[in-house]
Ligand binder design. Structure first.
Ligand SMILES: [Fe+2]
Ligand SMILES: [Fe+2]
Length: 199
């Protein structure tokens, strides 16, 4: 029987989709003509969000899918794509926005991420919704708890990025904001909203 927090949590697959959407939307704010200080804020925010998202998937989502699917080719490919993404992030972090290669490297990162996200959204998330049905909400709650721990380990980064006029809190907190908002709604409003969904 799931506990109250788990039963209120969005599913892990909804959270992952929301994270993807936030990162890709944030990347669209970056243009070659964007001022250097804003480029750096966007890149730092996107890189932090991607690192946290990849770690959450590797610690919580992929192992659950592994248990249910066994040896899955798309899952192994996804893990190695995370490593490639981290290598690109390390190069970007070692480079300043004044470097002529910075724009190209950031756009390369976003192309890699878009390709990876497409595989997750068309293959892994539908697989998870098929084979992990009863666990999706408890996995979502576990992901929220772990995300809060990971965010606690990098408060300085968040403070610096927030100063760059970039909506970094939404990007890093991702679906946690949605979870908190949902929990803060009075039960009667939640029930009313649920009832309307089925009318
Ligand atoms: Fe991933
Ligand atoms: Fe993902």
């Amino acid at each position: 029987m799931p506990n109250d927090a788990s039963s209120l949590s969005p599913s892990i697959t909804s959270m992952i989709r929301l994270d993807h959407m936030h990162v890709l939307a944030a990347s669209h704010r970056y243009h070659a003509s964007t001022p250097w200080w804003r480029k750096r804020a966007i890149v730092n925010g996107v890189c932090d969000a991607l690192e946290i998202h990849a770690q959450l998937e590797e610690e919580i989502f992929y192992p659950a899918l592994d248990r249910a699917l066994g040896n899955d080719e798309t899952l192994s490919k996804s893990r190695s794509e995370h490593d490639e993404m981290r290598a690109t992030i390390a190069k970007l972090r070692a480079m300043g926005p004044e470097n002529a290669a910075y724009d190209g490297l950031f756009f390369q990162l976003i192309r890699e991420v878009a390709h990876h996200v497409a595989d997750e959204e068309t293959i892994l998330l539908p697989d998870a919704e098929r084979v992990l049905k009863s666990e999706l909400q408890s996995l979502g709650a576990a992901m929220t708890r772990r995300r809060m721990q990971l965010l606690g380990e990098r408060p300085m980064n968040i403070a610096v990025n927030a100063a760059g006029t970039f909506p970094i809190a939404a990007l890093l907190l991702g679906s946690t904001l949605l979870f908190a908002l949902r929990r803060s709604l009075p039960k009667s409003r939640r029930a009313e909203r649920t009832r309307r969904q089925y009318e």
